[in-house]
Ligand binder design. Structure first.
Ligand SMILES: [Zn+2]
Length: 226
């Protein structure tokens, strides 16, 4: 099996992608990015524990320049939109919250940095946790995006590094079910946009996780603030 570099935010999609990818690649190092997001410390802590669990090297990549761009409520002290679970099915509401938390070209930057690492250690793959549900709001979660970036990486890396996104065509409920089947360490996850002591339970990311776990009818020990 070939080696891989993992993008690990510490959220469910990234952890399930890591667990799934272990069937086809050997994850050597996981990268967690600090771009001034409110949950940076929580994500780093979660990713460190997950890397210990899977026995993978962990690297924190600081992107202070991306933090200074500060157009997203993820990064600034602006309020992160809170919603009800029923809002997840309202297109206008989701479009607004998606705009509020959008960081310019974030996944494009992350994948290109991961490609530098991958090429430097002769890793064939980058593992990224995208999903079908959020691709509807965020085009940088979509199959078109992954295909396009793979075409670009064919030219920008000598070793033709390839992005693998094993959850790309799965909805969150399917990802939660896969996570349960694979026995991921639920108690270490951090999916929340906020940087509190517990996951807030009210931001879009928390609500999607909460709905997925509930609808998948799995016993996942995840604690929310409310
Ligand atoms: Zn939250």
């Amino acid at each position: 099996m070939e080696d891989a570099v993992v993008l690990l935010s510490g959220g469910m999609d990234s952890v399930v992608s890591l667990a799934l990818a272990r069937c086809t690649a050997i994850p050597q190092v996981a990268l967690t990015f600090n771009y001034g997001q409110q949950a940076a410390d929580n994500e780093v802590f979660a990713a460190q524990r997950i890397c210990s669990y899977y026995n993978i090297k962990h690297e924190i990549i600081d992107l202070p320049w991306l933090g200074r761009i500060d157009t997203s409520s993820l990064q600034s002290r602006r309020e992160i939109p809170q919603l009800e679970v029923t809002d997840l099915d309202k297109d206008d509401r989701i479009k607004d919250t998606g705009t509020a938390v959008w960081v310019p070209n974030r996944n494009g930057v992350f994948l290109n940095i991961a490609a530098c690492y991958a090429e430097s250690i002769n890793a064939a793959y980058i593992i990224a946790g995208f999903n079908k549900e959020e691709a509807e709001t965020f085009p940088d979660n979509s199959e078109h995006f992954v295909d396009s970036i793979n075409r670009a990486l064919f030219f920008s890396t000598k070793s033709h590094v390839n992005v693998l996104a094993p959850t790309l065509n799965l909805r969150k409920i399917e990802i939660a079910a896969a996570g349960f089947r694979l026995g991921i360490p639920w108690k270490y996850l951090w999916s929340c946009y906020e940087g509190g002591k517990k996951m807030c339970g009210r931001c879009e990311s928390c609500q999607r996780l909460r709905r997925a776990v509930r609808e998948a009818e799995i016993d996942a020990p995840i604690l929310f603030e409310r």
